[in-house]
Write a protein that binds this ligand. Structure first.
Ligand code: HEC
Length: 402
């Protein structure tokens, strides 16, 4: 199946398969790299927001000490969260501070956050993140745990030591009291929408595939054209010339050599071969002419015949002997003119199988028959010439009286 395709098709097929594989691998590789990159940048972003909240909170708790009693919005946690929320408004991000033992029901963790908080409580992790899918939308969930330090315990320690405004809002026994130093109070939870980013790199991938596909097509078209022009067409021309030469036997054909490359060499060799064949043909024609002239002036009848007995050259004396014109004689079988034609025939066969034969090279007495059926006694000697692939036999006859 494959071997029957043309070289251009084969080349295009193989190169496009290879390029396609390379190109898909590259596109996929860059897609994966982009995916890792956007994830990493989303994590960095979430982490920086979380740390920003902590920095803000620490700054506020250092400088804002009594004001929260009058204005709850100045509680460092609350203020820091609000600032972060303001900063990320409209971006699809969300920022919260959550706790398993929350004071504000707005800070109740969702199931994902609750799981992470339990995880923080049981194992000491620095941060966690995960890409989740909710209602078909992918987002990065990032959580940074917050441990209770001494400053936190003022309001999150025991009810008795808590400021009055805290005591007023959260009665004794509320589960938001009773933290110990180093215990996880809650976490900053940041959610970064990934849908658009993923869509963007999906679009990048599509763009890569389209542009790569276009480059691939151009490459195949150009290389196919180049191969056709510089290899296939010249090779076809040489092949057609060879076919033409073998059909017509005309060795004068020469091809135009266009370059010094392998194709140029092929054309050069073709031309040399043609020149050599041409020279040999001329030589053969000349030597045949010489031979014809020579036997024409000979005093004895001479016929030259092929292995199958077919007469190819004859002289005037032979034509007289058989009583035929040259046209009539040429093409006839020599065996028909001999009384013991079959003996000569087997001698020729023997010559081929054994390399020699008694009848060939020695003078023998034979009877030949002319066109009217009259028999003549002759002395005959046969010589073989093997200049060509086909040996030719020349029989020299001499009429004798008896
Ligand atoms: C001045 C008192 C005070 C101090 C100090 C304080 N908190 Fe709070 N914290 C509160 C109050 C009041 C709330 C509830 C705010 C609200 O209504 O949204 C709260 C809420 C939180 C929440 C949100 C969950 C919830 O319970 O609603 C977290 C988490 C938190 N605090 C952690 C801390 C950490 C950690 C520290 C120490 C670095 C700390 N807090 C220090 C008073 C305080």
């Amino acid at each position: 199946m494959f071997s029957r395709l043309s070289v251009t098709t084969k080349f295009n097929l193989i190169s496009s398969l290879l390029l396609m594989a390379l190109f898909v691998a590259m596109a996929y590789g860059s897609y994966r790299r982009e995916q890792t990159l956007i994830l990493k940048s989303a994590i960095d972003h979430a982490r920086s927001i979380a740390h920003q909240i902590i920095e803000t909170r620490d700054y506020l708790s250092r400088s804002v000490t009594r004001e929260p009693e009058q204005n709850e919005n100045l509680i460092p946690q609350v203020a820091a969260s609000r600032i972060a929320q303001q900063l990320t408004r409209g971006s699809g991000y969300y920022v919260r501070q959550i706790s398993l033992r929350y004071r504000n029901p707005d800070n109740r963790p969702d199931s994902f956050e609750a799981a992470q908080l339990t995880h923080f409580r049981d194992a000491t992790a620095v941060e966690t993140w995960q890409v989740t899918q909710e209602k078909g939308r992918k987002s990065l969930r990032y959580l940074l745990p917050m441990m209770a330090d001494t400053s936190c315990l003022t309001c999150h320690g025991s009810f008795e030591t808590a400021p009055r405004f805290v005591q007023e809002r959260f009665p004794v026994g509320h589960f938001s009291y009773g933290y110990k130093l180093g215990e996880v109070i809650g976490a900053i939870s940041v959610s970064v929408p990934m849908e658009n980013l993923y869509r963007q790199i999906g679009a990048n991938l599509k763009g890569d595939i389209l542009s790569g596909g276009f480059v691939l097509l151009v490459f195949i078209a150009v290389s196919g054209w180049l191969i056709r022009r510089s290899i296939l067409i010249p090779v076809k021309t040489v092949a057609a010339s060879i076919a033409e030469v073998s059909r017509s036997g005309n060795f004068s054909e020469r091809l135009e050599k266009k370059g010094q490359d392998e194709i140029g060499e092929l054309i050069g060799s073709f031309n040399e071969l043609m020149a050599e064949l041409d020279r040999r043909t001329v030589q053969r024609v000349e030597s045949e002419d010489r031979y014809r002239n020579f036997i024409e002036i000979a005093q004895s009848p001479i016929v030259t015949f092929m292995a199958d007995g077919k007469i190819v050259i004859s002289n005037k004396k032979a034509e007289n002997l058989f009583g035929l014109t040259k046209q009539e004689l040429l093409g006839q079988s020599i065996f028909e003119f001999m009384e013991k034609g079959d003996e000569l025939q087997s001698a020729v066969t023997a010559y081929f199988s054994a390399g020699s034969s008694e009848l060939i090279g020695t003078t023998t007495r034979q009877k030949v028959r002319d066109v009217c059926g009259r028999l003549f006694n002759v002395e005959m000697v046969i010589s073989v010439s093997q200049s060509d692939q086909n040996p030719m036999f020349s029989a020299i006859l001499r009429a004798v009286e008896k």
